[in-house]
Every structure is written in C-alpha cells, then in structure tokens.
Design a protein around this ligand. Structure first.
Ligand SMILES: *[C@@H]1O[C@H](CO)[C@@H](O)[C@H](O)[C@H]1NC(C)=O
Ligand SMILES: *[C@@H]1O[C@H](CO)[C@@H](O)[C@H](O)[C@H]1NC(C)=O
Ligand SMILES: *[C@@H]1O[C@H](CO)[C@@H](O)[C@H](O)[C@H]1NC(C)=O
Ligand SMILES: *[C@@H]1O[C@H](CO)[C@@H](O)[C@H](O)[C@H]1NC(C)=O
Ligand SMILES: CC(=O)N[C@H]1CO[C@H](CO)[C@@H](O)[C@@H]1O
Length: 623
C-alpha cells in the first residue's frame, strides 16, 4: 500500500479534560482514496437561497434518524456515522422521502474497514472507497455495537448480515440487499459547500472539538478559542441567516438529547472550528428502485466455513416446520392479553363511533399519503445482535413513533423510541418470555418513552437488581475508547439527566375490520397480534393468506394501512420487526377478511400526547 499525502484523521475524540489531545496529531491517508475521488457533480442550480434545510424542505424531512455513537459504550466512530448518514440521507433525497428510511450500518465500517481505525478514528474518503468496493448493509443486518475490529468486533459474513435463533445461535443471512457508493470526493470553502449541500444533499466536515461545543444547548455557536485542530466529523444538512449572522445547520452523532434535538448551528463563512476546510460527499448507486436491487448471496466459501464451524445445516431455519407449527420451543414474543386486567384510557370518541368504514378510501397507506411518507420510523430487527422476543415492544413503539411523525407532519425530528430502555425496566415482558402490548402503551401513558438514541438495542434482558437503573435507561459516554478485554467499558458513562420523554394520552384495544380501518385512517398505525407460522417465516412478497383456527396470538406487528388489489382482494399493510431482508423491505401485505393469522382479533393503539411531550400540536385536520 502506498502512502503519500498527510491529512488529518478525524478521531471523534472527546474528553472533558482533553488530556489526550495528542491522539489527533495526524495520520497518513491512503492516496488511492484520494486518486479515486471524483470532481463534484455539476450544480442543478447556482441560485442559492438564504435559508435552506434538508430537515424541512417544503414541509418534508429528508433526513434519517439521529443516532448516538457513544452508546452502549464510547467509540470514536464519528467518521462512520457521518459517512453513513450522508449516504442514507442522499438516498432518502433521491427517493423523494417515500418508503421506509434506509439506515446504512456504521457497524460494517467499524468491523470491516481495516484501512480506517475503527473506534480510534477514521477518514470519510476511505470509508466511501470501502463502500464503493465492498458494499454495505443496513442496520437491520448489522446493528451498532460501538466496537470495532480493533476492540472486539469481527468481520465474518454473519457480522455483515446476520440472523439469530432462540438457542443463542446466529448465522449469516443467505440473501440480503446491499448498497454501493457511486462517486465521492472533497469539497471545501463556503461557496462550494453551499452549492453542494443545496444541489445534492448533506456533506460531512471535520471540525475541531472544544469543551464549549460539547456543552452546547442551542443557538448559533461561535468558537472563540481559535482551535483548528480537527478531530471530529459532523454532517452539514442546511444553512441560513439569523439577524445578520450566517450559520451552518449541522447534525451531530451524539443523540437527540444533545444540542437542538441532536443538531447545532455554527457560524458560517469564517472557518470556525475549521469547518470550511475539509469536507466530503458521496452518492449511492440506485439499488432501491424496483428491478434495481442488488441482492447479495452468500458465497460458497462463507457457507462452507460456517457449516463446518457451526453446523449451519442444523440451525438454518432454526426449527423444523413441525416445531414451528406446534411452537414446541415457545418462540412466542407476545402474550395473549385477552385477560388484561389493567384499564384502557379512553378520553375522546373512538373513530369507529363517528366514521363509517364504507366511506373510507379503498387504499390508505401511511407510507405514502399524497406523496409524503409518515410511517417513517425505522424498520427494526428484534433478532439481532441476539435473538429476543421483543415484538410486543417493537410493534407498539413503531406504531406510536409513526403517529408522532404524523402529528408533526414529518417536518422535524424522526421519531424512533428506545426498545432497550423499556427492556431495561423489564416493562411488559422479557426477551425470554415475550410480553403484553397494551402494557407498553400504558407505560407510554404513565412514564413516557425515550428516543432511540438514549439506549440502542442490545436485545438482552437486564438483571432484576439493575432494573430501571438510570444509566441503563438513558446513557451517554465519553472517551477514550475502551481496549479489548478492558474490564468496565462503562466507566466513562453516565445517566443523561432529564431526557426528553414522549407520552401517550389515550390507549386501548380494538378488533375487527371496521374498528381497525377507522382507527388507522383517523389516528395512524396500530399494533395487532398474529400467529406466526412456518409459511410466514418464508414470506417474500405479495398478499399473504393463511386462514386457520387460531388458538393464540404469538407475535405482534404494526398495521400501517390497507389496499385493494386489481382482482378486488382487500389487504392490510403490516410492518414486521424481522429486518429489511424479510418480506417487502420488512413490510408485508395480508388478506383483510377471514381473520388471516388472527390479525383482526386483538389490536391496540396509543394516541400521542403532544402537549405533555413538549411538542406543538399540529392538528390532523390541517394535513
Ligand atoms: C461544560 O460543562 C461542565 C459540566 O457542567 C462544566 O464543568 C464546564 O465548566 C463547562 N465548560 C465550559 C467551557 O463551559
Ligand atoms: C431565514 O431564517 C431566519 C430565521 O428563521 C428568518 O429570520 C429570515 O427571515 C429567513 N430568511 C429568509 C430569506 O427566509
Ligand atoms: C383468560 O381467562 C380464561 C377464563 O378465566 C382462561 O381460561 C384463560 O386461560 C385465560 N387466558 C390467559 C392467557 O391467561
Ligand atoms: C405515492 O402516492 C401518489 C398518489 O398520492 C402516487 O402518485 C405516487 O406514485 C406514489 N409514490 C410512490 C413512490 O409509490
Ligand atoms: C480538499 C481539501 O479541502 N483539502 C484540505 C484538507 O486539509 C488540509 C490540511 O488543512 C488542507 O491542506 C487541504 O487543502
């Protein structure tokens, strides 16, 4: 490998004492990445407005979810978050913000990009080059672990895209969608940066970190220390001018409880914190449109290796069909709540009391209402990094997150609630046993839900004695990155004080097509119990149908709408929590009548309490 130009490596290093600043003295960057860099694409427009934001462009949010690189423990991975969020956001822009967000996985870069330095820093240009050559998966294949190849993460096939079963066994997926970088390159200087952001989408830039920036809570930040030693990477998503002060609008990767819901503004045009010196951009190849998908198939080599090492054949689809049919291993993740003793909370008339489902549209899909996607909380995978029966949390929090997005008209933060925070309070049930969906709504009503960037999904039950310990409910951590085998990687972590909470005002149960349609149409997605069967595991697309006598509902999913096929068959549109490699990008269609898999039997809903969540009420009637 040839080394040449010396460039500063962004280390994402943050320490309140700044005692180890020498870590960012510089790094030799592989010249190939620079040689491969492309010139910027020609601008479509050179007339740049005074204010512009991809977070709210004509009332649509083109940005993907705010993340926190510092949980479950500190990792200097800002470069991998900045790179994947630039690409994910640009993909969303290219798709017109329709369809579920594609959240590319920073973990793949941390596990496999060995030119960069994992949790000890990296350089976006090298990351783009890696993705151009090797491709990348989304977070439902490879969830964030805050570990890298240098401190405990591996890069076997199963770490790029995995699935797991109830017996603690995991294996590489045979087939899954992959994403590739098309062109990538540099940009610097205010004028070029404005042009690039406005025409093509967010860019990422290296900045110098200061203690003041770490303490930032809002407004236009201006560094007075003059620090230019760039050691952090952030994403510019817009720009503007306020009372004569020009600023950049920037997304950080420190979670939504930092700054202005995860964002900050920085004075523009004076290279403050060095932000106008070294920026990069990258575009993805279109592999999402119908017919253009790139499906990765496991190589013979990987399969053989896995079979040898882990008896792959035996666990491939974890159980025999008869096992599944009879659920001999008790894979249920939802407990029947027919006998739920708690109260429903009903304060306003129920939609089916004043709407007649016969008057409702033939097609209603919260993923695309007049060209806007509201069912935009991310698709999750409850079975990675380990198997966990958390469907009762996944389906309920996804329905509520979509409902918050509906209320906010999708113009500000992307809602996604932390399932792990709930699990760490052992609320409603456990990974091992599954749980009760309605109790999750009850919890949202009494205690409130937290943003996903409080605690990311580790798919593990917590010990009874640590239950609801604040550091396990909403956490943040500082550097340095722990070394492999270090005893307590949490020694530099603390509980976030007063994290923003999101409440439900009402919640209740419903069943049957009439009630379901009215509730979904008027107030948004609901969650419903179904029976999982062997054929459902194998579902790849189309309208699923399986009518049988259902004795109990073993799984919980979210219903985001309905439709009518050309042959007149009506169906529900469901969101599952089995990753994007399952079904239609994680979603499915199921025949509406005759109670297929018991879907019409026992559903639940929650209504966002905007006022108590500190959010402006945007009336649904205005939409
Ligand atoms: C940042 O916040 C910490 C903790 O509140 C405080 O001790 C420190 O003085 C602040 N630093 C600056 C530069 O404001
Ligand atoms: C830009 O935004 C600021 C603050 O929101 C506002 O005061 C100003 O009028 C806006 N300028 C334009 C041209 O919209
Ligand atoms: C619900 O109550 C009925 C009647 O008391 C009982 O037969 C059934 O087993 C109960 N179901 C559950 C899941 O507890
Ligand atoms: C979204 O819905 C509109 C009709 O409201 C339709 O014209 C458009 O093709 C749909 N977009 C996608 C990507 O399905
Ligand atoms: C393309 C670009 O902006 N490169 C700059 C990166 O930073 C170094 C060191 O400050 C500059 O010399 C380069 O011009």
């Amino acid at each position: 490998m040839k080394f040449g130009i010396k460039l500063i490596l962004s280390l994402c290093f943050i320490s309140l004492s700044f005692a180890e600043r020498d870590m960012n003295d510089g790094h030799w960057v592989n010249t190939e990445a620079i040689v491969n860099a492309s010139p910027r694409r020609a601008p479509k427009e050179t007339d740049i407005p005074e204010n512009f934001s991809w977070q709210n462009k004509d009332g649509v949010n083109y940005l993907t979810l705010v993340k926190n690189q510092h949980i479950p423990q500190y990792c200097g991975s800002c470069w991998s978050f900045a790179t994947t969020s630039v690409l994910s956001d640009r993909i969303k822009i290219q798709r017109g913000a329709i369809g579920p967000d594609i959240n590319l996985a920073p973990q793949v870069l941390l596990s496999c990009d060995k030119v960069n330095r994992g949790c000890y820093g990296g350089w976006p240009l090298l990351a783009y080059k890696f993705i151009q050559e090797n491709g990348i998966t989304d977070e439902t294949c490879s969830p964030y672990l805050a570990k890298s190849y240098r401190n405990g993460a591996d890069c076997e096939a199963e770490h790029i895209c995995k699935n797991c079963n109830k017996f603690g066994e995991c294996w590489p997926m045979e087939e899954y969608p992959k994403y590739y970088v098309d062109d990538y390159g540099f940009v610097s200087g205010e004028e070029d940066m404005l042009e690039e952001v406005y025409n093509w989408g967010p860019i990422s830039c290296t900045v110098a970190l200061t203690e003041e920036l770490h303490n930032y809570t809002g407004g236009i930040f201006e560094d007075k220390t003059g620090r230019k030693n760039r050691d952090h990477e952030v994403e510019i998503v817009g720009f503007g001018e306020e009372r004569g002060v020009k600023y950049w609008e920037i997304r950080n990767s420190w979670g939504s409880n930092w700054g202005e819901e995860g964002f900050f503004k920085l004075i523009r045009g004076v290279d403050n914190l060095g932000i106008e010196t070294n920026c990069s951009w990258g575009n993805a190849i279109n592999t999402w449109d119908e017919g253009k998908q790139v499906i990765h198939r496991i190589s013979d080599e990987d399969r053989t290796k896995f079979q040898k090492e882990k008896l792959y054949q035996h666990i491939k689809y974890q159980f025999t069909r008869r096992d599944l049919e009879e659920d001999v291993h008790n894979t249920r993740c939802r407990n029947d709540n027919d006998n739920y003793s708690g109260e429903q909370k009903i304060l306003t008339p129920r939609p089916h009391e004043y709407l007649n489902s016969k008057d409702l549209p033939e097609n209603w899909d919260w993923r695309n209402i007049s060209g806007i996607s509201y069912a935009s909380t991310w698709v999750t995978n409850q079975h990675v990094p380990e198997y966990c029966g958390s469907c009762f949390l996944q389906a309920t929090t996804a329905s509520l997150a979509d409902r918050f997005n509906i209320h906010r008209k999708r113009t500000d933060i992307n809602f996604a609630f932390s399932v792990q925070s709930l699990m760490n309070c052992r609320f409603g049930g456990l990974c091992k046993t599954g749980g009760h969906p309605i109790e999750v709504y009850e919890y949202a009503h009494t205690d409130g839900l937290l943003h996903n960037s409080c605690m990311n999904y580790e798919s593990q039950d917590i010990n009874e004695e640590d239950r609801c310990d604040p550091i396990n409910v909403c956490r943040d951590c500082k550097g340095p990155s722990f070394a492999e085998g270090e005893e307590d990687p949490l020694q530099n972590c603390w509980a976030v004080e007063n994290p923003t909470k999101f409440y439900a005002s009402e919640f209740g149960q419903l069943s049957g097509v009439e009630e379901m349609k009215a509730e979904i149409y008027k107030r948004g997605p609901i969650s419903c119990g179904i029976k999982t069967t062997p054929s459902l595991y194998d579902y790849k697309g189309g309208i699923y149908s399986e009518v049988r006598e259902i004795t109990d509902l073993t799984h919980e999913i979210s219903v985001v709408g309905w439709g009518k096929a050309e042959n007149g068959e009506e169906y529900w549109i469901g969101r599952n929590s089995w990753g994007t490699y399952w079904g239609e990008n994680g979603f499915f269609k199921i025949s509406m009548y005759e109670n297929n898999l018991g879907i019409n039997r026992d559903c639940t809903f929650g209504v966002p309490d905007m006022k108590r969540s500190g959010l402006d009420e945007i009336s649904l009637e205005q939409q």
